[in-house]
Design a protein around this ligand. Sequence first.
Ligand code: TRP
Ligand code: SF4
Length: 329
Amino acid sequence: MKPRVVSGMRPTGALHLGHYHGALKNWVRLQDDHDCHFFVADWHALTTHYRDHAGLSAQVYDMVVDWLAAGIDPDRTTLFIQSRLPEHAELFTLLAMTTPLAWLERLPTYKDARAADASRRLATYGFLGYPLLQAADILIYRASFVPVGADQAPHVEVAREIARRFNHVHGAAVLREPAMLTTDVAVLPGLDGRKMSKSRGNAIAMREAPDETTKKLRRMPTDPQRVHRSDPGDPARCPVWPLHEVYSDDATRAWADSGCRRGAIGCLDCKQPLIDAIVQQQAGWRERAERYLANPKQVEWIVELGTERARAAAKATMRDVRSAVGLGH
Ligand code: TRP
Ligand code: SF4
């Protein structure tokens, strides 16, 4: 039996290169030797965006198409949508009985978001409870590992504490404490050098058209001290450099590094191998995505089958949970 992995992503619509290198690429790799459960966290989207949900359904399916295009393999992986599994909400309710309020209130993600929330838009029970919901997402599959970024580490830690307390209170080893699976993933800078994000408008989509990608990369700022082509630069000061670390081989990197430092190449020369590599990668994604987009029924089926597979596992856990809390009747 392969160790079980669970992870979710909020439905943000079409994904960008930051999502791919920060999470999705790792998910694709994990499929080789893990029993993977990957889901669209659409309830989680509503914990913050409960008013503006007009595009939510389209965003869910756009994201699933990008997962498939990137190489998530529905034959090996259980791919599903959270809101189709009310079992997650049932576990959330039952875990709420033994979870101290202070564990949720003290989470840095919660405190930071509330401090920045002048409108009190996030002064809701749903937002406070979101890490508990996340714990239910994980514990219901008795997962061994949860691959998430560093920002989510406190949520995995609290999920472990919630499982431990539940087992302790009910005197039975019903829930498994999951471990966080950290991989050193590249934080890909956006077009302005800050972290890539759709809301900042600095992203390159996985399915971006080649001429758009080219235009965006050609316009991307470089080492500010290189005004003329012959000015020596320093890749460490350049927002483009991390892309070389992800996309270029050693020889190309050495060429770019020495060309930059000696003022022997222009920044557009330096960017060209990146443009070529990214456009080529996107072509593969676009081609696969188009096959799915031409056949939306197939995508629905993939999600349907994944959801039913997940449900079988979720139901088995819930039978044990109900009986542990006194609801075996
Ligand atoms: N909270 C995660 C995020 O915002 C998404 C998520 C929801 C998740 N449930 C999960 C991740 C369970 C891992 C496991 O990115
Ligand atoms: Fe950046 Fe390359 Fe220009 Fe140097 S040559 S500043 S690394 S884009």
